[in-house]
Design a protein around this ligand. Structure first.
Ligand code: SF4
Ligand code: SF3
Length: 550
């Protein structure tokens, strides 16, 4: 049967090969087509901006001609195509139109248009979008290895764009990162590049991944302070609430400000949990705690929350009708039929409609009680460095296992719960991202007061884990990060995990175990390069992997 779409960018892709009829995530073929076209025109715009930078580099114009607004458009476009971020065909189509307009204006400033790829010159009208989309998807690249590398880079850039966008929301920009994102996007259109060139570009993407996460870390910590050890409540209060999910801390801050004195409480869901670790959010007495678990449990949990839910980013699961009218999106997120709160970097978003909505809702139904502890980002862990080094030297801590990454609905992910349970008591889990929900409520105890699950924060806070590893390397006087007593057993789901992986590879981390399945977008040859050069491996049984990783 003919493909109605083709997407293989996430771990849950159909049959570990590709979604061809509709997305396992719920993405429809028509939204998928518009996402393909959005990526294509964004690459075209990036070829134009990159050419303008080249033409103007002699006059201090490296970034001069490309405004932050254009950079932000490019990162937003990529973010909109991340798994579970935006299902709204109309919103995606509007971005294609906007991107083509911006591109035309910039194209008129390019002197040498002959060097530009077709994507930079294409200016179809809306009635041509569907036909064009059919010719520009992933499968448009015929060579399996080139396609694999192009997609590896593109997915890494999507993750990097998401992190960049969060930093932009806090008015932090790094024009060099933006220039790289655009240069690399344009390079994925360049047929003259060999597989080796693209492997190098993938590694360079990892370097910029580190920079991007560092930028976001600086933006977050300078706005909200350094995460600190925090006990987060899991129970609920008796007032109506708004549930905030996704990764955007600036959105949360605006919502907290606007809910003061309204009688409406605020709770976090999934990747927003780490917001509780930041000192700045502790002053809000209506910021109650965390409700529920990782993104994929949202159907049940949004239902029982009873109040409005704000999705600030991915990961949206197509909502049930029973709560669809309570689901709101903002930023790059979108879902057809759900209300979208507008506002770009530096603009104040107006959340009054959610707050009014909440006032007419019942308080959340309690799911559980108790607390979970987190806040072990780099500053907090380094403050405990003496204690940790002592515990390693005395043998009280035998090994750290980085189990960062994503959670997901696949049953095979129970492996991570079993693995965490089976780890010997003298090991410590370092985590970040929503992967933690597989083991953060197991009560795994502590070692001399150091909890056995140290949660650094969101997936982007994997940066903290890298900073911690580099610091420990220094403290122990080691030459190589791989000599540390740290093993990596990472779970991936969407494209932010791809940039985290590329960043770790760039930092020299070897022998990462990646599961629950290896990415479908890695061709056998590209997977082979990753296995041979970096020792990347999949997961096996808990028993076997414990032997290897310990
Ligand atoms: Fe399939 Fe994942 Fe693509 Fe959704 S994002 S269509 S589940 S591969
Ligand atoms: Fe989770 Fe989507 Fe990846 Fe940010 S929220 S880690 S899956």
């Amino acid at each position: 049967m003919e493909n109605r779409m083709f997407c293989y960018q996430c771990q849950e892709t159909a049959g570990c090969k590709g979604c061809t009829m509709s997305g396992v995530c719920g993405k429809t073929p028509d939204a998928a087509a518009m996402q393909d076209l959005l990526v294509y025109v964004t690459k075209g715009l990036s070829a134009v901006t990159s050419q303008l930078r080249r033409e103007n580099s002699g006059e201090g114009g490296d970034t001069g001609k490309i405004s932050p607004a254009v950079n932000h458009l490019i990162t937003t476009n990529l973010f909109m195509t991340i798994t579970n971020a935006n299902f709204d065909k109309e919103a995606i189509t509007a971005k294609i139109r906007e991107t083509l307009e911006v591109k035309e204006t910039l194209l008129s400033q390019v002197s040498d248009t002959a060097v530009l790829p077709e994507a930079a010159l294409w200016k179809g009208s809306e009635d041509q979008f569907e036909t064009k989309a059919k010719t520009v998807g992933v499968l448009a690249t015929e060579d399996e290895d080139i396609r694999s590398l192009r997609e590896l880079i593109t997915y890494g850039l999507k993750g990097l764009a998401a992190y960049t966008k969060h930093a932009n929301a806090l008015l932090a920009d790094n024009p060099e990162t933006d220039a790289f994102i655009q240069h690399a996007l344009a390079a994925t259109l360049d047929d003259s590049l060999s597989a080796d060139d693209l492997v190098s570009l993938a590694m360079e993407t990892g370097k910029y991944g580190v920079d991007g996460m560092a930028l976001l870390d600086r933006a977050n910590t300078s706005a909200y302070g350094n995460p600190e050890i925090t006990r987060v409540k899991l129970g609920v209060g008796n007032r109506p609430g708004i549930l905030v999910s996704g990764h955007d801390l600036r959105d949360l801050e605006m919502l907290l400000e606007q809910t003061q004195g309204t009688g409406v409480d605020v709770y976090t869901h999934s990747e927003m949990l780490p917001a509780h670790y930041y000192p700045a959010f502790k002053k809000y007495t209506n910021f109650i705690g965390n409700y529920g678990n990782a993104w994929w449990k949202q159907k049940e949990e949004f239902e029982s929350f009873n109040g409005p839910v704000l999705m600030t980013t991915n990961c949206i699961v197509p909502p049930r009708d029973s709560y669809k009218d309570r689901l709101y999106t903002t930023g790059a997120a979108g879902y057809p039929g759900c209300r979208h709160i507008p506002g770009g970097p530096g603009e104040k978003k107006d959340f009054s409609v959610l707050i009014e909505h909440a006032k007419h809702c019942a308080p959340p139904t309690e799911l559980e009680q108790g607390e979970i502890t987190g806040g072990f980002a780099h500053a907090q862990v380094l403050a405990l460095a003496d204690q940790i080094v002592e515990a390693v030297k005395s043998g009280a801590i035998r090994r750290f296992i980085v189990m960062a990454g994503c959670d997901g609905r696949a049953k095979s992910r129970n492996y991570y719960t079993d693995f965490a349970k089976a780890l010997p008591k003298d090991t410590v889990i370092l985590t970040a991202g929503c992967a933690k929900y597989k083991y953060n409520k197991l009560d795994l105890g502590d070692i001399n007061g150091i909890p056995r699950v140290l949660d650094a924060g969101q997936c982007n806070d994997s940066y903290s884990l890298a900073v911690i590893a580099l610091k420990l390397k220094e403290v122990f006087g080691l030459d190589d990060i791989n000599e540390l007593p740290i093993s990596y057993n990472i779970a991936w789901y969407e494209q932010k995990a791809v940039i985290v992986l590329l960043a770790l590879l760039y930092l020299g981390v070897k022998n990462i175990h990646l599961g629950p399945t290896l990415p479908a977008f890695l061709s056998p040859n590209v997977a082979d390069i990753l296995v041979k050069t970096f020792g990347i491996a999949g997961i096996g049984t808990v028993e076997d992997d414990l032997k290897v990783l310990l």
